[in-house]
Design a protein. Structure first.
Length: 243
């Protein structure tokens, strides 16, 4: 996928700064255990830092992403465990018992259908995210994953055409700052988790959310170093595997 043409120097500086800021903040949140739930500190902070960087992008006005523009919501998404736990916590807090039961059933069905698919196969399946609303808007937009935040296209038409062609994203220009910021902040988060000997891997979105909801004391067990998520599917690419 192409990125808008920009001078690489400020992008590299931005990547370094955001990676180190997120790494330091995550390390501090983990050091606060058990006085606070770490995930409630650094997962929202990572999302807020990503949004701030994206809002400051010189190409912010060119971003075509809007509510109801949902082509990318049919693509594979990978999340870190803190993101999965944060999303699960918000869903459990904001949905009624009946709503949550229906949603968990839907997420479980999606995990069964697409959890083990490659990036390319996921695009070909054209299955929308389980948390995409009937109106084409994200139902968890305030606490959506970093990967969803950073994927910002300049053309809805190119996104729609790529989906129609069963392609995992288009080759047109995306916002380089948004893409770099989300990746850098994710890298900083993962680096701090590795330093704390915690599982820092990315897992398939539906599978990870389902595990976080259905596992009693998932956050506490994971933060103690228990192996809670490692058997879940990872998002992989057929194209990259052939290289």
């Amino acid at each position: 996928m192409s990125r808008v043409s920009v001078d690489a120097t400020p992008i590299l500086a931005l990547i370094h700064r955001l990676t180190e800021e997120q790494r330091a903040d995550t390390r501090a949140a983990l050091a606060a255990r058990p006085r606070a739930l770490p995930v409630l500190n650094f997962a929202p902070a990572a999302a807020a830092r990503t949004d701030a960087a994206i809002d400051a992008s010189p190409d912010r006005a060119r971003q075509a992403c809007r509510a109801g523009c949902s082509a990318c919501c049919h693509l594979a998404v990978a999340v870190t465990i803190p993101e999965a736990l944060w999303i699960a916590m918000r869903l459990q807090a904001e949905r009624t018992a009946k709503q949550l039961h229906a949603l968990v059933t839907r997420i479980a069905e999606h995990a069964r259908r697409v959890g083990a698919l490659t990036i390319e196969a996921r695009a070909r399946a054209r299955v929308p995210c389980a948390l995409l609303g009937d109106d084409g808007a994200c139902t968890i937009h305030p606490f959506r994953p970093l990967g969803c935040r950073g994927y910002t296209s300049f053309s809805k038409e190119l996104c729609d055409a790529a989906l129609a062609a069963d392609q995992p994203g288009h080759d047109g220009p995306l916002d380089a700052v948004a893409w770099a910021a989300a990746g850098a902040i994710g890298d900083g988060l993962k680096a701090a988790l590795r330093e704390a000997d915690l599982d820092d891997q990315h897992y398939e979105f539906h599978s990870a959310i389902l595990r976080a909801i259905e596992t009693p004391d998932a956050e506490a067990r994971w933060s103690r170093g228990e192996d809670v998520f490692s058997d879940l599917p990872r998002v992989v690419s057929e194209r990259l595997a052939r290289r």
